[in-house]
Design a protein around this ligand. Structure first.
Ligand SMILES: NC(=O)c1ccc[n+]([C@@H]2O[C@H](COP(=O)([O-])OP(=O)(O)OC[C@H]3O[C@@H](n4cnc5c(N)ncnc54)[C@H](O)[C@@H]3O)[C@@H](O)[C@H]2O)c1
Length: 274
């Protein structure tokens, strides 16, 4: 269902790799709500993914950019403003990657140049994106910037590895930069802390299948899907949430406030009685 919430709004969407990506679903929903945007991803992801199909479907231009490269980001932002015909109203940072996770390296046995690379891609890039937007004065007043996070920033999830630290850093950047963006440009900055979601990045985490079913059983509303996340993001891009900023917003069916659920208790009781 479309509400026309983003009619006339312009933005940049980072991180649509394939149709499972949270950014992909968000791009589709932004398009339905009347927004126009540039799609961007790392040059290597252009070859791996199917972003062209999304661009065709939504009438978006693709501008490749490695989100760790200031030079790429400067070009991306200035070209986007030009292509879209004015300053931006929304930006989605939907980027995450840990080399230690990818290569199966334990948290207690980090290879630190991999740790640094994962931090740069997953957290540092958010600062870089905002610094470029800020310096180029590329955001319209009352615009909205959103990045995606995960609850391992606050609680222990052993297999999430160094991504937990990257997400803690990401959430802190949202608050710190959000202050300056709010004070100087009336722009809001938030992170959404999303349920486990079956995407390329999500499924790359060890034990993902067990964990997603556990979260489903724990959450009174069940896990939030990628499409649910897209809907929530739309609300944060819309004019209906203009005074929400510096927040880490849990979007997880209630998981983050649970201790234990009947369904999880039952699974353990059954195991004990078998
Ligand atoms: N899937 C989950 O369970 C889950 C849960 C909570 C939060 N998140 C977060 O949601 C966001 C989106 O991930 P997703 O689950 O849609 O997976 P995804 O794999 O579809 O998206 C991750 C994206 O990051 C991009 N990327 C990696 N390195 C990059 C670089 N140097 N420059 C630009 N882009 C780069 C990838 O190309 C890809 O498009 C990430 O921040 C992720 O941590 C995911």
């Amino acid at each position: 269902m479309s509400y026309g919430l983003l009619k006339g709004k312009r933005g940049i969407i980072f991180g649509a790799l394939d149709e499972n990506s949270i950014a992909w679903k968000t791009a589709e929903r932004v398009h339905e709500e009347g927004g126009s945007f540039v799609l961007t991803n790392a040059p290597i992801a252009m070859r791996m993914g199917t972003i062209n199909q999304l661009a065709e479907k939504t009438g978006a231009k693709i501008i490749p950019a490695d989100a760790t490269s200031l030079e790429d980001l400067e070009k991306l932002v200035s070209e986007s403003v030009e292509v879209l015909g004015g300053k931006l109203d929304f930006v989605l940072h939907s980027i995450g990657m840990s080399v230690n996770v990818r290569k199966g390296r334990a948290y207690t046995d980090q290879k630190y140049d991999w740790t640094a690379k994962g931090w740069d891609v997953s957290a540092g890039s958010f600062h870089k994106v905002m610094q470029v937007l800020y310096k180029q004065d590329a955001m319209n007043e009352w615009g909205s910037i959103v990045a995606l996070s995960y609850m391992a920033a606050q609680r222990v999830f052993p297999d999430y590895n160094d991504m937990a630290d990257n997400k803690a850093f990401l959430e802190s950047i949202a608050r710190s930069f959000g202050y300056f963006f709010g004070r100087d440009k009336n722009v809001r900055v938030n992170t959404i802390s999303q349920s486990p979601t079956p995407t390329t990045a999500g499924k790359g985490v060890k034990g993902f299948d067990g964990f997603i079913s556990y979260a489903e059983k724990m959450s009174p509303l069940g896990n939030a899907s990628a499409l649910d996340c897209a809907d929530y993001t739309i609300s944060l891009f819309s004019d209906l949430t203009r005074k929400v900023t510096l927040q880490n917003l849990f979007h997880d069916g209630g998981f983050s406030n649970m201790g234990v659920s009947d369904a999880v208790m039952q699974a353990f009781e059954e195991q004990q009685n078998s």
